[in-house]
Every structure is written in structure tokens, then in C-alpha cells.
Ligand binder design. Sequence first.
Ligand SMILES: Cc1cc2nc3c(=O)[nH]c(=O)nc-3n(C[C@H](O)[C@H](O)[C@H](O)COP(=O)(O)OP(=O)(O)OC[C@H]3O[C@@H](n4cnc5c(N)ncnc54)[C@H](O)[C@@H]3O)c2cc1C
Length: 352
Amino acid sequence: MFVLPHSRGSSHGQTRIIRKAYEENVYIQMMQESYELWAQLEEEAGVELYRRTGLLVMGPENSEGFSCLQATMQSHKIPRVVLEKQEFRQHIPNVNLTDGNGALIDTNAGVLYADRALRAVQRLFQSSEGVIKDGEKVIDITPGAVVTVTTGSGVYRGRSLVITAGPWANRLLTHTGLQLPLKVVKINVCYWKEKIPGTYSVSQRFPCFIQMEPKEGEYDIYGLPSNEYPGLMKVCYHMGSETEPDERDKQTDRGDIDILMRYITRCLPGLVPVPAVVETCMYTVTPDHHFVLDSHPTYGNIIIGAGFSGHGFKFGPIIGKVLSQLAMGQVPSHDLSPFGIRRFQSHARSSL
Ligand SMILES: Cc1cc2nc3c(=O)[nH]c(=O)nc-3n(C[C@H](O)[C@H](O)[C@H](O)COP(=O)(O)OP(=O)(O)OC[C@H]3O[C@@H](n4cnc5c(N)ncnc54)[C@H](O)[C@@H]3O)c2cc1C
């Protein structure tokens, strides 16, 4: 739809967190292979896409989420270090651990260089004779044994079609008579100035972090060490306010920034608690925050990847693999049952 590279969807910007620290087995299993595929891509493209920094996870010690995360990581033998309260400061200076919180480090987690990764994939795809038609908007889809896709400047036919339209997923699915329960939210991507430059930097070995349930009822807060903008650390709230994807900039709610300012004052005292830079991105959120990776309930040759709920980037290579397996009628190499459309039975509307 937009000319590449663009910043109108969900995949732009320089960095994303990559981790295996998940509460669900299925994500850990998919991440085992995703790490391998990222490494393969790095090798083929000849560029660094992943930087290991570790991921500090903090969360209420007795909460279901934090306990479950620990148990799942342990059962999969994910390399990790559990930080006892008395040693926390020594390992992680400049962070105040909230009373009643536990902390652990997913030692192989780190930063993915997102923009660089997109460029690398596009370049390799083109060098193996793939064709990218950017700047061309899909305006109609006609399902059938042969699927017809009409854009502003052409008509394409194929035996199967994969739809991965991010925040615009439901717009495209309208043409197939399906609507998924997806909520598009605007995320304020905030960067915060270090009071002393370098305090929270990659070069000082500061890790990425996730703060689970900063306060009861609040969503997670996450951060990446200062790197892309020298002296500025990225810290964001894992939710935002609902928006239409094309009217993203009209959404001006800053409630998330207020939550971040309070958290930074409390827990990251080395940052100036007023954002120095605010950029914009969008999440496409499902009711259970799990992905949609499935074939269309009526047209088995239309494959849908959607609802990545703000945590899909790290899975990019494995998501591509399973969607292509579905499109080719193969058995997917991972259990996709948690990502089926049927789980929304009461929400998904199929008018055909
Ligand atoms: C602030 C922020 C932080 C995040 N942090 C992390 C993280 O740390 N780790 C992680 O794993 N994930 C993270 N994510 C999530 C991750 O970035 C997303 O899950 C992922 O980028 C979603 O990609 P997508 O392909 O579904 O959507 P998009 O990147 O938006 O791609 C959809 C594409 O479809 C195209 N399109 C739509 N409609 C049409 C049409 N009619 N015709 C033609 N083309 C069309 C659009 O132009 C767009 O290029 C984050 C997301 C945000 C916003």
C-alpha cells in the first residue's frame, strides 16, 4: 500500500526485543526455531540483526503471570539467572525493584535491529526473483479455487493468498466476508533522556527489560537500552488507545505517558521523567493477545496472519514459514491450535 520503507504500520523503527521468556509453551517452542532462522538470515544477508543484551523481567513475586513465566522457562531449560533481592542492585544498578517484585534475566534475549531486518529480507527476497509491489493498494479480493486480487494498478491471480495486512487486516478481510475481533491501538513510542549519558546503554551492558503489572490492573512496561538515539532509552507502555489505522495521528490520548512518567520516577531514577522523543506505532490486538495464524474458515486457500498484539516481530521468520506451509497445503511445523480463528466463535463474523 505504502512505498517502502514506511512508518505507517507496525514494523518500522530501529529496534524490537527478542526473547524466549514467555508464559506459554507454544511461544517458547516457536522461538527456539525463530532464533535459528534469524541467525540464518544474518548469515545470508551479511548484516548484524541481533544483539544479545539479556532481558530483565520484573513482576509481582506471587502473581500468576510471574510464577508461570518462571515455571515455563524452567521446564524448557531456558538459560536464565534469578536475581535475589539483596544482589539485585549489584547486578542492575540504577533500577529500583518494586517491593514485592521478583526479578530474573533471560540471558540470551536481546535487541533485533528491525529496520535493518526488513531491508535484509526484502533484498534477499528480490535476489531470489521475488517481486515486491509496494505503493500498490489491494482494493478487492475475489475468493475461489483461483483467488483474484485487484489493486489500484493491476489484477493478480493465484492458487492461494496470504493476507498479513497488520492494522488493516479487517479492511482486507471484508472482501472475504470475515471480520475478526481485532482492536487497533496507537502506541506512543517514548524515548527518555539519561541524566548521565550512557547509564542505561548497550555499551554499559544494560539489558532490555519487561516490568510485569507495574501496578494492579496496569499493562506491562518494557524498555530497551539506549542505542539508536544516543543518550535516550526507549521505554513504552504495552497498550494504547483505540484508533482507526488511517487516522492514527488524530488519536492524542497520553494516558499511557502519564503511567510511564510515574514508573520512571519510581523505578528508573537515572532518566529524566519527561519523554524527549515520542514516535508512533500501532498494535493490532486480539481479545486474548495471541496471534491469528490460520486458514480462512470458508476459503481454505486464503491464509491469514494477523493480530500480533504487540509481540510478533521476533517471530517474523517462523511466522513466514508456517504461513507458507499453510498456503502450500503442508502440515505446519508448529502446533497452531492456539492461533485458530475458531477460538473467536462468538466474536468472528462470517457473513458468507
Ligand atoms: C511500539 C511497538 C513496539 C513493539 N515491540 C516489539 C518487540 O519488542 N518485540 C516484538 O517481537 N514485537 C514488537 N512489536 C510488535 C511487532 O512490531 C508487530 O507484531 C509486527 O511488526 C506486526 O507486523 P505486521 O506485518 O502484522 O503489520 P505491519 O508491519 O503493519 O504490515 C502490514 C502491511 O500491510 C500493508 N497493507 C495493509 N493494507 C493493505 C492494502 N489494502 N494493500 C496493500 N498493502 C496493504 C501495509 O502497508 C503494511 O506494510 C512492537 C510493535 C510496536 C508498534
